[in-house]
Design a protein around this ligand. Structure first.
Ligand SMILES: [Fe+2]
Length: 252
């Protein structure tokens, strides 16, 4: 009898010990769960703050690029919003050709800044109403390299700088400043040179009358394979007039 009572007490004690252990485990699990929730919440906050910092940084990049672009455009009443409009044409065409490339902010920055080197070109040459003399043309052509030198050391513009440098290269190698040909020319610069010509042709200039979009398309097609990359011209031909006209009507 006494042994049975002792075994019963021992059994009860074991049950109590197991209960206590379970309770301890439950509390530990609760504690860990709360800790994990805190980690998750901290991570969410960190991510949000990081996102805000990235957005802020991007906004300051855009503001810097706009300031540089305006430094050129404010001098030239004829071109007006040329850089902004040509960048919009260029991005739209790039989206048709390679959407991934169009998402690279440096492509837009390069398009906007293409003529930043003109800040170093004298008014006498920049605004000369007559065609330029040979030596004046040589000076004018320096804007591509000057622009490159202005932006190439800025880390967030290192790729954009290549568009600035090579936006006057020709597919057949007859362009400047480096006489690159074909695929040696950065692809974004090849896209840009087509829309740069399109905008120049369809905008009022001191000594060349404005062409219609249809006329500009014919002229550009005529230079496919010589001045322009044929694949880029082919893609421009596939772009509906209304897409280009909408950009022209919005950015004047
Ligand atoms: Fe230029």
């Amino acid at each position: 009898m006494a042994d049975a009572a002792v075994r019963k007490d021992a059994g009860m004690a074991e049950v109590e010990r197991l209960r206590a252990e379970l309770e301890t485990q439950r509390r530990l699990a609760e504690g860990k769960e709360r800790q994990l929730e805190r980690y998750a919440s901290d991570l969410r906050e960190t991510f949000k703050a990081e996102r805000a910092r990235t957005d802020e940084l991007h906004a300051s990049y855009v503001a810097t690029v706009r300031a540089l672009t305006n430094a050129v455009e404010v001098r030239d009443a004829y071109t007006g919003k040329h850089a902004e409009r040509v960048a919009a044409y260029g991005l739209e065409l790039t989206r048709h050709i390679d959407p991934e490339l169009a998402r690279d902010p440096q492509v837009e920055f390069g398009f906007l800044l293409h003529d930043v080197g003109k800040v170093a070109i004298s008014d006498g040459i920049l605004f000369k109403p007559e065609p330029l003399l040979t030596e004046e043309r040589i000076l004018m052509r320096r804007h591509a390299v000057i622009g490159y030198e202005i932006v190439c050391d800025i880390p967030f513009l290192s790729e954009a700088a290549l568009i600035v440098r090579h936006h006057h290269e020709h597919w057949d190698g007859a362009g400047y400043p480096d006489g690159l040909a074909g695929e040696e020319i950065p692809f974004a610069a090849r896209i840009f040179s087509v829309v740069d010509a399109l905008d120049a042709m369809t905008t009022d200039r001191p000594y060349s009358p404005k062409a219609s979009l249809a006329e500009a398309r014919v002229e550009i097609a005529g230079k496919s394979g010589t001045q322009f990359d044929p694949s880029v011209v082919a893609e421009l031909n596939r772009m509906p007039d209304r897409e280009l006209e909408q950009i022209k009507a919005t950015i004047t």
